[in-house]
Ligand binder design. Structure first.
Ligand code: DGJ
Length: 688
């Protein structure tokens, strides 16, 4: 018998039965069971059950283990791991030996009759995150049309609650939680971009799991086109978490010899609640070679300051003030190209409007660079306004079937970037502008869903997504230092597919600090703080009309890639002084914030062994008027830390701070003064 395989890393493990005759079966995904000899492993596989009749006379079902690509041949009557036509029900028999290393299992299986070969690859990275990526190849003589190829892992009986996220423009990643009973809880996004309402993670866990408690299993699909994530428990079979790309019928027609590879499904388990899950994901994300490693520059983006009113004098004043405050990156938003006096015209014509900018962008770019700041520019490459030169010259470049133009959204259509001439045009234009203006940064926006994105009767979201990824890759290769932000009407394109070729996300168009507390908390479950654009906006907030005082707004924007989204020429001297102090604080603390472990409890904090930054906020009106004792989790238990208040206005800790061990800070905590609603205190801990 071929021995079972254990992959283990950072306290997590996957145990696989690779004996065949089908694809490897996952016997266990979760806590590392520790050393097991061969007999022990065999016992585990036998104890796990394999295929058993679920009831007398009932079907054989996979109980206790689950093939990496479950099919009806395996007895699995839930969502199939693969389907297509002809031959919707594949019988995947191992073809050749399973390749096993310390961190990876790769196997190939084939259904000769159907002419389909599937290669599965499961990798456990050093942070304990499972990466699944499968490839299906048509090895037959006729076309084979893929309906779905999913990445799936089993979850145990104890995972009885599901947490995922929904939302909308201006309020992304709103949590929703429910019991996981029998059936499928699926989230599907068919927006052609990740979606404001898409879930960055679908999490199943033990009853009552929280940030610091319970076992949790989560899945993320690294893809910006159509995608699904689901938890499924069907009668008699092992429950699963899964996900993959959603394609339209006929969209993935594979010619003989052609292949399709799934987006990577990222699967993470934690025995320490959601913070443990986030920690694994953050470590994994930070270990990517492309992860931004320089100090994240304090940014000023001019959108909410001037909107479409591009006026050199006004922007000059803004840039001068920004430099004075300590801003390090100045971003010119929408409105710099011809006809773009509002959102009805101009998209697609990526040249500088000579009427508004007679000397080009040079006077502003030179001023910004002269101040030692980086210069960033807004684009929305995938879109076109019908009122644009591009649309008039190339109506055929719009992503639509002849005679079936989709509805306009925000007065715009989608360009068919999958056509090489369209991708080449966009590359040429962006490349030319990056070169001419020595752009340091692109804000890459995407302000409409790709609804009805078809051509010649075939859905094109898959092709579009792959083409946009290729365009980004090409630009980054040409301009290695260039940074790119993924924006889609705020946080509508937040996923690890786009983040493989971008450097941060615009987390939300809402700069309302109260909403931002929630949006950033939950976006931060997947993304480490340095990837989340978090800007101080004006009061009242433009998207909600809600007012908040400045210390609360600045404290809220601190634990991210911080910036300003505000017409600071309207600020009082006191407000400018406050921003200057806050900019200095951000620069002093960002190495900790952008490298540490995110922790949640009475506070939201980021900790390393040496230091911690904790934001304690009073979000609503407290029922009791008494000071709170606030625990600061995550520091090294036996080290001593000096905790001081470094931000927070009129709520004061004792001068000089307090010195306590990490253990005492986590268990006993420290007394804070009573806080008003929407008041925040930032505490800094330094090892002494
Ligand atoms: C939507 C973005 O989220 C905003 O920040 C801004 O760039 C506008 N688009 C510009 O049209």
């Amino acid at each position: 018998m071929t021995e079972p395989v254990v992959l283990a890393a950072a306290g997590a493990a996957v145990v696989l039965d690779v004996a065949g005759p089908g694809l490897p079966r996952v016997v266990h995904w979760g806590a590392d069971p520790g050393p097991l000899d061969d007999a022990g492993l065999r016992a585990l596989v036998i104890a796990a059950g394999g295929d058993v009749p679920s009831t007398v006379g009932g079907p054989i079902q996979p109980v206790g283990s689950m093939p990496l690509v479950p099919t009806q041949w395996d007895g699995y009557a839930g969502r199939p791991g693969v389907s297509g036509e002809p031959w919707p029900y594949l019988r995947l028999a191992l073809a050749g030996p399973v390749r096993v290393t310390d961190s990876e299992v790769v196997a190939e299986a084939v259904d000769e009759a159907a002419g389909v070969r599937v290669r599965v690859a499961l990798q456990l990275d050093p942070h304990g995150v499972v990466h699944l990526r499968h490839t299906l190849t048509n090895v037959g003589t006729d076309a084979w049309t893929l309906a779905t190829l999913r990445t799936v892992l089993p979850i145990p009986e104890q995972a009885t609650e599901v947490l995922d996220f929904t939302g909308r423009w201006g309020l992304e990643r709103v949590p929703q939680r429910r019991p996981l009973g029998n059936g499928t809880h699926a989230r599907e996004s068919r927006r052609g971009r990740t979606g404001h309402d898409a879930t960055p993670l679908l999490i199943a866990g033990t009853p009552g799991f929280g940030f610091a408690s319970g076992q949790v299993w989560g899945v993320h699909i690294g893809w910006s086109g159509g995608h699904e994530e689901y938890a499924e428990r069907i009668s008699g079979a092992t429950a699963v978490l899964g996900g993959g790309e959603l394609v339209e019928p006929g969209e993935l027609r594979l010619a003989p010899g052609a292949s399709y590879t799934t987006p990577t499904g990222y699967f993470a388990w934690s025995g320490d609640g959601l913070d443990g899950l986030g920690d694994r994901l953050h470590r994994m994300i930070r270990s990517r070679p492309s992860h931004p490693r320089t100090d994240r520059p304090l940014t000023l983006n001019v959108w909410e300051a001037v909107y479409f009113d591009h006026d050199l004098d006004r922007l000059t004043k803004l840039a001068d003030l920004a430099a004075g405050v300590g801003v390090e990156r100045f971003v010119l938003d929408d409105g710099w190209f011809p006809g773009r006096r509002d959102d009805t015209a101009g998209l697609g014509d990526w040249v500088v409007d000579e009427g508004v900018w007679p000397a080009g962008l040079h006077p502003l770019v030179d001023l910004v660079h002269g101040h030692g700041m980086q210069f960033g520019l807004w684009f929305e490459p995938e879109m076109v306004n019908p009122d644009s030169r591009l649309a008039r010259e190339h109506p055929e470049w719009t992503l639509a079937s002849p005679g079936r133009l989709p509805r306009e959204h925000r007065n715009q259509h989608v360009l068919d970037v999958g056509r090489p001439e369209v991708a080449d045009y966009l590359f040429e234009r962006i490349d030319a502008l990056v070169t001419e203006y020595r752009l340091d940064y692109l804000k890459w926006d995407h302000n409409r869903d790709l609804l009805e994105a078809a051509r010649d009767g075939v859905g094109r979201v898959h092709r579009q997504t792959a083409a946009v990824y290729a365009l980004l890759d090409r630009l980054r290769e040409r301009h290695p230092g260039l940074e790119i932000e993924s924006c889609a009407s705020g946080g509508g394109r937040v996923d690890l597919g786009i983040l493989a070729r971008t450097d941060r996300v615009w987390t939300s168009d809402s700069n309302d600090a109260l909403d931002r507390q929630h949006i950033q908390r939950w976006t931060g479950l997947l993304l480490p703080p340095e990837l989340m654009g978090s800007h101080v906006g004006p009061s009242p907030a433009h998207t909600t009309g809600r007012s908040a005082d400045l210390p609360f707004r600045t404290a809220t924007a601190l634990l991210g890639h911080a910036g300003i989204e505000w017409d600071i020429s309207t600020c009082t001297d006191d407000e400018l002084d406050h921003l200057r102090d806050w900019a200095a604080l951000y620069k002093r603390l960002r190495r900790v914030i952008h490298s540490g472990r995110a922790v949640h409890g009475d506070v939201y904090g980021v900790v390393t062994d040496e230091a911690g930054v904790f934001v304690h906020t009073q979000l609503d009106n407290p029922a009791e008027m008494r000071p709170r004792r606030v625990r600061l989790p995550g520091l090294a238990p036996d080290r001593r830390y000096l905790v001081t208040q470094c931000w927070g206005g009129d709520a004061e800790l004792p001068a000089g701070g307090v010195t306590l061990t990490g253990r005492a800070l986590a268990t006993v905590g420290i007394q804070l003064p009573w806080l008003r609603p929407q008041q925040a205190v930032v505490l800094e801990a330094r090892a002494v």
